[in-house]
Design a protein around this ligand. Sequence first.
Ligand SMILES: Cc1cc2nc3c(=O)[nH]c(=O)nc-3n(C[C@H](O)[C@H](O)[C@H](O)COP(=O)(O)O)c2cc1C
Length: 332
Amino acid sequence: MQEKKAEHIRICLEREVESGATGFERFRFIHNALPEIDFRKIDTSTEFLGKKLLAPIMISSMTGGTPEGGRINQNLAKAAQKTKIALALGSQRIAIESPRLASTFKVRKYAKDIVILANIGAVQLNYGFGLKECQRAIKMIGADGIIFHLNPLQEAIQTEGDKNFSKLNGKIKSIAQKLNYPIIVKEVGGGISYQTAKKLNQAGIKIIDVAGWGGTNWAIIEGLRSKNKEIGQIFSNWGIPTMESIIQCKKIKGLQIIASGGIRTGIDIAKAISLGANLAGLAKPFLEPGLKSSKAVEDKINSLIYQLKIAMFCVGARNITQLKKIKLIKVN
Ligand SMILES: Cc1cc2nc3c(=O)[nH]c(=O)nc-3n(C[C@H](O)[C@H](O)[C@H](O)COP(=O)(O)O)c2cc1C
């Protein structure tokens, strides 16, 4: 499994693994030439899981389990703490199965008071994982909650993938009833439909991370790994664009939404928030800076926040509450 994790990082850094379009390009804000606010007073702060974030941004789940992954997690954690944004770690299955690898996920000492989220593939609930493993994943890193990722397309294309997704919603429901921590369910680039979100919501899930199509593409990545590039190409167009997924999930009353999948700029973040998302998540854009240094990650976060502030300024939104009320218009 360490080999697989290292390959994912190498392929993401060296190959073209993004494809499609999030749908954000089909919407734009109406420029406000008279915003009547002071740029320096724009407040991007928000609240998530009872903690204050200085910006509605999350570093999405990526890594852990290898020395390189451990270094990346450290850099991400230090930068997330400094800028006070949320951090989700990569799948901890590897560290639950091999506890000696847990140290590559243990970043709480670098990030004392930010939101940190644990991560496990929901399909593992069909391969021996249960409540105990979820509790262990949370405890391992002092997390504020846990993410279950859904990745049927990835597992289907991955030669060694876990392909038994039967009866998963019932298992998620049963964990949600017993676990004393918030659970977030996410995709990994395929998006979450209204029907799926509704089922999950009925199972007790109150936060969905759409992780839609238009950014990192796991069909392509697993196609490259399986040496069957064709299958990856065939399915590279499969998925719900991030924008569409947000709109679908937003129909479910009371559901909190994290927008992710192909979010690349502060304008994308602003659009996601104005559509009703609570946070925006980015994964791959933090991979290269994460390998380099915590300063590189911090620079990346600060540049996203600066872009977000410019977008807020030019629509006349002083804070996130006001940004949520700004309407987008469809351009085609
Ligand atoms: C190198 C890499 C490893 C990833 N590993 C995980 C993982 O372990 N668990 C998970 O839920 N998502 C994982 N993802 C998916 C991301 O969290 C995210 O949903 C997806 O990449 C789409 O976001 P992006 O377009 O901003 O990269 C990984 C992404 C990358 C780039």
